[in-house]
Design a protein around this ligand. Structure first.
Ligand code: 1GP
Length: 253
């Protein structure tokens, strides 16, 4: 099986979009996990992401086992800290918070986790992580003590993405924050996607198939949805259907 990053790159080159469902391993957020796994299997969701900024009651290990035993969908670590690393996963987004000026989240946490990761066989995907203002304060920004990029400062996001490409990151991740009031604006997604050939991941505050379509049309290659699916797992079918109609239209064009 090709690595996760090769898959993502291949899909990007073919103009295919991907959907990832984010599982937050906080006990309070897991009441629908079985249903989410079943529906994701039925509707061929592309990836599970797992991770959270702050876990009130950590069920990380439990979630990994549950997903791995219930599904063959690739599981990608999206760690909120260096403790959310587990080698049963298929890949790890090795995130650097490049929108920040806090060295701890640009390189400090990565140094702490580096030896453990390099001694494993897990696939590592170097990911430039940009926090974008999603209209309310968010946990990631608070914990990392860093300001998000203002939602309308498209040129700052573009320059940050271009610098990340020059630094040889493999993916760009535009993050409006979990539960954001405003998802990343399509203008910003469009401008970042135009300037680079790196796979573009977008997440935060997306709640409907229409918003997913907007993000895909603007140039997102992979969209991540957490909260909306957690509270209404049935949404997975309309998200997957939208992705499919998007591909069908594209192949007819
Ligand atoms: C992943 O933080 C997001 O990038 C998830 O945000 O929970 O708002 O979908 P939501």
């Amino acid at each position: 099986m090709p690595g996760i990053y090769s898959q993502i790159l291949h899909k990007k080159r073919e103009g295919k979009k991907s959907l990832a469902i984010l599982i937050d391993p906080d006990r309070n957020k897991l009441k629908n996990l079985d249903q989410i796994i079943d529906l994701s299997n039925q509707h061929a969701v592309d990836y599970f992401f797992i991770g959270g900024s702050l876990l009130a009651e950590d069920r990380f290990e439990f979630c990994i086992e549950k997903i791995k035993s219930g599904s063959e969908i690739p599981l990608v670590l999206f760690p909120g800290n260096q403790f959310q690393i587990h080698f049963a996963a298929d890949a790890l987004l090795f995130l650097s918070l490049v929108s920040s000026r806090n060295a701890e989240y640009l390189i400090g946490k990565q140094v702490e986790a580096a030896m453990k990761i390099s001694e494993s066989n897990i696939e590592v995907i170097a990911t430039a992580y940009l926090l974008i203002d999603g209209g309310q304060s968010n946990t990631a920004s608070y914990l990392s003590q860093s300001l998000p990029i203002p939602h309308d400062k498209v040129e700052v996001a573009v320059a940050t993405a271009v610098a990340s490409k020059l630094l040889n990151f493999q993916c760009i991740y535009l993050e409006a924050g979990s539960g954001a009031v405003n998802p990343v604006a399509p203008e910003m997604i469009r401008a970042v996607s135009k300037r680079g050939d790196l796979p573009l991941i977008v997440g935060g505050g997306l709640r409907s198939a229409e918003q997913l379509a907007t993000a895909f049309h603007a140039g997102a290659d992979l969209v991540v949805i957490g909260n909306a699916v957690e509270s209404a797992p049935g949404l997975i079918s309309s998200l997957a259907e939208l992705k499919q109609t998007f591909h069908d239209k594209k192949s007819k064009a």
